[in-house]
Design a protein around this ligand. Structure first.
Ligand code: NAD
Ligand code: MG
Length: 392
């Protein structure tokens, strides 16, 4: 049976891996929508290759370029935020949510409102508005499947299990680019150095977030929201080889580990074929060859983001939205070389302190409008914190 699918963020790292799998089975899928950003050439090539019905760029000023690139193909072109959200509402069976950042939330919710299965790579959706995402899926008979490798691993380990029997969930972290750097050098780390990942080939932003552990901090919150676990059951373990993606510990002392190559096509393929298992062309691990796997406890002095994630889980409400937005803005400013690598966590912490002091903000109801409001204020506050610091 042909399945109708849409890919939001098709031109990115997860989007391209999703296309790789779908393109291998042209009879299996009818592609409805592909969305992208600045890379119009890639978007148009893929839309033509996959026979998509509609291609959307997030940028209004790129509509002409997209129309030109699709000329003669019969593929519709559209641009801008509203067009993107409308595109996500097109009726399909399965939607890949692979836009980076909080911008992925509204289109993902729209897809869920139309009953689609949402394959969620956009972890920011869960961090900013986990309860809203889950409630929307429930209300419209849709379902959310994790694509983040750790969460896919936990999901797989939980099949057939009772969540009440889960004692702990351990998600692993490679430690990123600066795992073994002396602490005093971190202050001087450049965006280029931070954007080099030892094991995974990912987008620039998530790669830098891996070096700062903000990625893992987001994933800890994502774990809580996705599986409804209490924060004290969630642990992070540094695992430099990135082959064990997560472990689930049960009340009888058993630990189920998910082991696989560092290739996102496994988790994407799992979500694509679910509830069945379909063949996915990833490398098969030769454990005798690999011989050893190593693990160590994370050091919160090196990675303060992990401590901040705990505080966010304790506070709850809209603090995840504030945390993510402050992180996104600090990352923008680090990439622009306005602040240093270690300052990102300091700025985020200060933003959280300032916003939690504003009555009725973080504990407001979780609606899309309130999430957007907190997101906006947190970005502004991050800029203000950075300005205040530069005056000192
Ligand atoms: P990427 O930067 O490679 O791609 C991002 C995609 O989103 C591109 O198509 C881009 O055009 C689009 N985009 C960017 N800003 C946008 C905006 N404001 N509005 C609309 N579209 C926009 O990112 P990625 O590495 O593929 O990551 C995508 C998501 O998946 C992120 O949430 C990331 O945390 C998550 N994720 C990625 C990986 C990975 O291996 N890359 C692994 C786990 C989770
Ligand atoms: Mg991950």
């Amino acid at each position: 049976m042909t399945r109708r699918v849409s890919i939001l963020g098709a031109t990115g790292s997860i989007g391209q891996n999703t296309i790789d799998l779908i393109a291998r089975d042209p009879q299996g899928y009818q592609v409805e929508v592909l969305t992208g950003g600045h890379n119009i050439a890639q978007l148009a090539v893929d839309a033509r290759r996959l026979g998509a019905r509609l291609a959307v760029t997030a940028h209004d000023d790129k509509l002409g370029a997209l129309r030109d690139a699709l000329a003669g193909s019969g593929i519709e072109a559209a641009a801008g935020e509203t067009a993107l959200i409308e595109a996500a509402a097109r009726p399909v069976d399965w939607v890949m949510s692979a836009i980076v950042g909080a911008a992925g939330l509204a289109p993902g919710l729209k897809a869920l409102e139309h009953g689609a299965t949402l394959a969620l790579a956009n972890k920011e959706s869960m961090v900013c508005a986990g309860a809203l995402v889950s409630a929307t899926a429930k209300a419209h008979g849709g379902r959310v499947l994790p694509v983040d490798s750790e969460h896919s691993a936990v999901f797989q380990a939980l099949i057939g299990e009772d969540i009440e029997a889960v004692e702990r969930v351990i998600i692993t972290a490679s430690g990123g680019a600066f795992r073994d750097w002396p602490l005093e050098r971190l202050r001087e780390a450049t965006p280029e150095q931070a954007a080099t990942h030892p094991n995974w080939d990912m987008g620039q932003r998530i790669t830098i977030d891996s070096a700062s552990m903000f990625n893992k901090a987001l994933e800890v919150v994502e774990t809580k929201e996705f599986f409804g676990l209490s924060p004290d059951k969630i642990e992070v373990l540094v695992h430099p080889e990135s082959l064990v993606h997560a472990l689930v510990g049960f009340c009888d002392g058993g630990l189920m580990a998910h082991v696989g190559p560092a290739d996102m096509r496994h988790a994407i393929g799992f979500a694509l074929h679910y509830p069945e298992r379909g063949a996915v062309p990833v490398e098969r691990l030769d454990l005798a060859q690999i011989a050893t796997l190593s693990f160590r406890a994370p050091d919160e002095t090196r990675w303060p983001a992990l401590r901040l994630a705990r505080e966010v889980m304790e506070t709850g409400g809209l603090s995840g939205a504030a945390f993510n937005a402050a992180k996104e803005r600090s990352l923008d400013r680090f990439i622009a070389r306005d602040i240093g690598f270690t300052e990102m966590a300091e700025v985020v912490e200060e933003v959280l302190t300032r916003l939690s002091g504003q009555p009725g903000l973080i504990d407001a109801a979780m609606t899309l409008d309130n999430v957007a409001r907190v997101d906006h204020l947190a970005r502004e506050e991050a800029d203000r914190v950075i300005r205040d610091r530069s005056k000192r």
